[in-house]
Design a protein around this ligand. Structure first.
Ligand code: NAD
Length: 475
């Protein structure tokens, strides 16, 4: 029997008459139902957030910090239950679900140390001018299905710390762990400061265009991001958009092939490749191409794909049917074009349940192959051969996306010199997927608008306000 989950509005758990079913991608069974909110419930949540804003905006940073720390503690205190729920709705293996939750708790704790200090910009005999940071107001947060809890927390935390209140919408595919967390923090957050409502995709545009929401913070696809920008333009809402990516890794010939193979594998296959900052194109220098591609393929054969709730599973299913079909379509296109597969590419079992895609590694497909040029968002890794650094940089940059990238080399200075030429918001040298609570994370080009994390991320939830006092005024 599926379990019913409620929404958090104005400090109370509420339900609706209509529901959205939530499916376990490992079994295709309905495991839960969540409220299908519409305009009425949204209006109620926004009104609660507006009312709460009037008092929350006046709180001290200390008071806000305390609430954020309690959210962080609540996640840690309920880790096991939340982990199981997250795996059952998202598909990721238990250890990765635990990693997501601990990451969210850790990020919240670390970011609670950020501050919004005033800056004195003129202090002369004539005048004193100071720039304060004031909260933008009621925030609408919209979250995708690949890291549902960490993305939700990453929207709630800076909203609260800046003095804003929030109405958050999880993805209809993965709302369960977030709603359980909502129930757990119900009495931790002051009523109305955090409201979490669920519904179909249609609830998204209602949030974007709601006249009493002042800012949208969104994580999801570039296509939806563009719609949000358009919707938000009607009343000039502030926006932060974290969008898609087609991240490139560049591997120089000086690396130790055996040592980097496993790391490169996980840089593409973590969360079954459903990571905005996964390595989706891997450029390997021709001198080591054969040895390294073989080492990655050998490692891939040791990795178990399966139900994330079962021990030993390292790569789970694709989270939803639509994305599953899209990844299969990209693989079929690669087959139809005769591209060579190092791993995968054979016929699957169409009768089995669960959205499983086998690990798929392609051997030097052309740059214009769909599986290279498009964001796959699945367990797919195209390996490509390059001859010169300039060529690798040009190929990495030939994308409408600009989220992140990586350079692998023993020569860190050379790695940095290449990193500085990549057109992305983040570049790692000799690691992958590391986000810091204190560094801004945001996409260049069509990978985003603005940034999350760090001081810069926090400032996006504020307006600058300059107050100037004339000291020698004749009044
Ligand atoms: P999506 O854009 O389909 O959906 C994201 C959210 O937007 C969901 O909650 C959905 O219900 C809502 N939504 C759908 N249509 C909407 C509309 N017209 N207006 C407002 N909201 C709407 O994305 P997804 O498929 O859930 O997530 C996968 C995408 O997210 C990938 O492209 C991935 O790269 C990207 N992503 C980016 C980051 C990042 O930080 N840059 C992180 C994770 C995922």
């Amino acid at each position: 029997m599926p379990t019913d989950y409620a929404n958090l509005v104005d400090g109370e758990m509420i339900t609706t008459e209509s529901w959205v079913d939530v499916v376990n991608p490992a079994t295709e069974e309905v495991i839960g139902r969540v409220p299908a909110c519409g305009k009425e419930e949204l209006d109620r949540a926004v009104a609660a957030a507006r009312k709460a804003f009037n008092s929350w905006r006046k709180t001290s940073m200390e008071e806000r910090r305390e609430v954020v720390l309690k959210i962080s503690e609540t996640i840690k205190d309920n880790l096991d239950e939340l982990k199981r729920l997250l795996t059952s709705e998202q598909g990721k293996p238990h250890h990765q679900a635990k990693g997501e939750l601990l990451g969210a708790a850790g990020m919240a704790k670390a970011q609670s140390t950020l501050s919004l200090d005033e800056e004195v910009t003129e202090d002369s005999d004539k005048r004193l001018s100071r720039t304060r940071r004031v909260p933008v107001g009621v925030v609408g947060g919209i979250v995708p299905w690949n890291f549902p809890v960490s993305m939700a927390v990453q929207k709630i935390v800076p909203a609260l710390l800046s003095g804003c209140t929030i109405v958050l919408k999880p993805s209809p595919f993965t709302p369960l762990a977030t709603l359980r967390l909502a129930e757990l923090i119900k009495d931790v957050v002051p009523a109305g400061t955090v409201n979490i409502i669920t519904g179909h995709d249609e609830l998204g545009p209602l949030i974007t265009e709601h006249p009493d929401i002042d800012k949208i913070t969104f994580t999801g696809s570039t296509a939806t991001g563009k719609k949000i920008m358009e919707g938000a333009s009607k009343d000039l809402k502030r926006i932060t958009l974290e969008l898609g990516g087609n991240d490139a890794s560049i591997v120089l010939p000086d690396v130790d092939v055996e040592k980097v193979a496993e790391q490169l594998f996980w840089s593409s296959f973590m969360n079954a490749g459903q990571v905005c900052i996964a390595a989706k194109r891997v450029y390997i220098h021709e001198d080591i191409y054969d040895a390294l591609s073989q080492a990655i393929a050998d490692f891939a054969k040791t990795v178990k794909v399966g139900d994330g709730a079962q021990q030993g599973t390292a790569v789970g299913p694709i989270q939803n049917k639509k994305q599953y079909e899209r990844v299969l379509e990209l693989i079929q296109d690669a087959k139809d074009n005769g591209y060579k597969f190092l791993v995968g590419g054979e016929e699957g079992d169409p009768t089995g349940s669960g959205y499983y895609v086998p690990i798929t590694i392609l051997d030097n497909p052309p740059e214009d192959a769909r599986i290279v040029a498009e964001e796959q968002f699945g367990p797919v890794m195209p390996l490509m051969k390059f001859a010169t650094e300039d060529e690798a940089i040009a190929r990495a940059n030939a994308s409408e996306y600009g989220l992140a990238g990586a350079v692998w080399t023993k020569d860190a200075d050379k790695g940095v010199a290449i990193a500085e030429q990549l057109e992305t918001g983040t570049v790692w040298v000799n690691e992958f997927m590391q986000l810091s609570p204190f560094s801004p994370f945001g996409g260049h080009k069509q990978s985003g608008f603005g940034a999350e994390y760090g001081k810069e991320g926090l400032l996006e939830f504020t307006y600058p306000q300059v107050i100037t006092v004339r000291r020698d005024a004749a009044v």
